[in-house]
Write a protein that binds this ligand. Sequence first.
Ligand SMILES: Cc1cc2nc3c(=O)[nH]c(=O)nc-3n(C[C@H](O)[C@H](O)[C@H](O)COP(=O)(O)O)c2cc1C
Length: 198
Amino acid sequence: MNLRIIVGSTRPNRVSDRVAKWVADEAQTLPDTKATILDLIDYDLPLLDEPISPQFNPDRKPSPSVQKFLDALAGADAFVLVTPEYNRSYSAVLKNALDYIDFQFAKKPVALVAHGSTGGAQAVAHLRGVLPGLRSFTTPSATFIIGRAGEIIDETGKLSEELQNDPRGPQAALKATLEELKWYSDALSAARAAEDKD
Ligand SMILES: Cc1cc2nc3c(=O)[nH]c(=O)nc-3n(C[C@H](O)[C@H](O)[C@H](O)COP(=O)(O)O)c2cc1C
């Protein structure tokens, strides 16, 4: 599985970047998996400034910064969105990035890893409604971190020792989320390959 993990926050003092590292470390334990973090802070994406909806513009000419973002998505089989919850939804910076996508997510699965004071359930619920717009879908389970993720995950992406082996804790939840993602990723990669042979 060629996986991109998208960091859904660009604010100073964010913790989504360390959550993404935690996800990447767990993903590397899956067989045949290469995980890459795609940090939105590295892409200078303006608020959507395209004259026609990206999916409906055959003559689309993305600006260099947008093209760089689209190129970074290309070739992935699956995605993880690391999303904070802001005011009962996911972040505006993540929505803006998703709106630039034309077909890079099509027929590919997306897993959600959410965090926030109350765990990010409303961010997850809203993203589940959005991804079909990109011809994609979210996998059934998701990982939720309730409270301050920065207090349990350090800057290197390491979860605190006492939670690592908790069968009902975040590490176990993340493992299950990623294993499920890989199942869908493998199934859809095979289906896309069969389609290409036709
Ligand atoms: C503007 C703003 C609004 C927030 N609203 C919520 C919220 O509605 N529900 C929640 O659970 N947490 C909320 N939080 C807490 C964030 O989810 C939490 O601080 C998280 O760490 C933010 O991710 P980040 O540090 O990567 O930006 C909010 C934080 C900010 C900055």
